[in-house]
Design a protein around this ligand. Structure first.
Ligand code: HAM
Length: 424
């Protein structure tokens, strides 16, 4: 049997949910606009090397989660597992540095990772991400974190969120910290889980955020990134913290927050919703001051984050789910002549911006009224043979359950007036 089912971990967003998604996207766009971010739309696939170079060869994403294929031209392409590497590519390719010293971009769309699907973890999921490229000033870190908090806490009103913060150093102090950590782990290698045994040499930072009980115990005593910062990084982090305090943005320091992608330097952060299950990170991000140079550009600092929209949808308080407001008009007709008149009226109303519906399936009047209810229209215009001969129609206000006759030639003007502001 051919299997024509959707792919596991790649859910459909059905009409009953798409309204909520659109509202979320619109709320996010409004906040991003207020913070001066402009939208960038990069392709859904890129050359595979972009992600291997950008995210890092030893990461879980590159090692086992990418959807990679060879196209007919024998080129290896990959569905984007994240947005930072593509944005940096576009930044370099279109010489955006020439437009402004600090370039602030945002993106919204699907990402693809071949992870084991579970609640809150999908193979196709959606992110809203931002990248601020061109400045290493702590004020940029703080504006980025403030934006994330404005979106999730103030605009979407998700309760009980925790902001976790760390600094993992730069190209001066991070390699030294890695060495210290390697040494510490080498002496205790037998206590590590299998994955961490493998990571210990190549990518020791990842041992810090391993979820296995034994590794967590070891890590509790391990050297901490913030104790190994060079003077410049320590000073940078102190300024970030001072400015966060000034803006009254609460956070906790999480010494184990190293993130799963290799490009991070200095500030890293995540927003956690403790009410969600195992997959409770709503958003994550940080600085990547070495990435642009590693991708062939001039040394250029950058910072950003991405929010996982499926997890945000799962976190929204129930009262944000209120009923869709009644809007527009349904033209209910009896007989062919009335239906033709109705279609003509509807054409005019729709041209003028009104949401309008008419029966296309030959339903009875009762069936049409039921449909009007389902379609959540504010008004129903009833056109029968008798009304038509008198040059009239009946206009029913569905919210008030009131009905009144109206001259046919006034219908469009009257409905435009009624629906004018709210009905579009
Ligand atoms: P990330 O931590 O890999 O960072 O992903 C950010 C967010 O995307 C996560 O916190 C989570 O909410 C969501 N997410 C990730 N994987 C999945 C999945 N399989 N299913 C559902 N949601 C998921 C990045 O992607 C970086 N590019 C963020 C960044 C931007 N850093 C700097 N600039």
């Amino acid at each position: 049997m051919v299997n024509l089912k959707g792919v596991r971990g790649a859910p459909d967003i059905l009409p009953r949910d798409s309204f909520g998604w659109r509202r979320l996207e619109e709320a996010a766009r409004a906040v991003l606009h207020r913070y001066g971010y402009a939208e960038i739309r990069t392709p859904i696939f890129e050359r595979t090397e972009l992600f291997v170079r950008g995210i890092g060869e030893g990461t879980d994403i590159v090692e086992k989660e990418m959807y990679t294929f060879t196209d007919q031209g024998q080129e290896s392409l990959t569905l984007r597992p994240e947005g930072t590497a593509p944005v940096v590519r576009a930044y370099l390719e279109h010489q955006m540095a020439a437009q402004s010293a600090l370039v602030k971009l945002y993106y919204l769309g699907p990402m693809f990772r071949r992870e084991r699907p579970q609640s809150g973890r999908y193979r196709q999921f959606h992110q809203i991400g931002v990248e601020a490229i061109g400045s290493e000033r702590p004020a940029v870190d703080v504006e980025v974190v403030a934006l994330l908090s404005a979106l999730l806490v103030e605009e979407l009103r998700i309760p009980d969120l925790q902001l976790r913060l760390n600094s993992i150093g730069d190209s001066v102090c991070q390699p030294q910290f890695r060495d210290r950590l390697r040494h510490y782990l080498a002496d205790r290698a037998h206590q590590l889980c299998q994955d961490c045994q493998a990571r210990r040499e190549r990518n020791p930072l990842r041992v810090l955020d391993c979820k296995q009980e034994g590794c967590q115990q070891l890590v509790a005593e391990a050297p901490k990134p913030i104790d190994s910062l060079c003077e410049a990084c320590a000073d940078h982090f102190a300024q970030v913290r001072r400015l966060l305090d000034l803006l009254k943005i609460a956070y906790t320091i999480d010494n184990r927050l190293v993130r799963g992608l290799d490009y991070y330097t200095r500030t890293t952060f995540e927003i956690i919703n403790p009410r969600l299950g195992a997959q409770n990170a709503l958003a994550g991000g940080g600085r990547y001051d070495g990435l642009i140079e590693a991708m062939g550009g001039p040394p250029t600092p950058g910072i950003g984050f991405a929010v996982g929209l499926e997890r945000v949808m799962a976190s929204l308080p129930a009262d944000a789910d209120e009923e869709v407001a009644l809007c527009g008009v349904y033209i209910a007709t009896i007989g062919e002549e009335a239906h033709a008149t109705g279609m003509l009226l509807l054409q005019e109303l729709r041209r003028r911006g009104v949401r309008g519906l008419i029966d296309l399936e030959g339903r009875s009047l009762k069936g049409q009224m039921r449909q009007a209810d389902k379609d959540r229209v504010r008004y129903c215009l009833i056109l029968g043979q008798d009304e038509l001969t008198r040059g009239e129609a009946a206009l029913r206000d569905m919210a008030k359950a009131e009905q009144q006759p109206m001259a046919l030639d006034q219908v469009v003007a009257r409905l435009l007036e009624l629906e004018g502001a709210g009905g579009r």
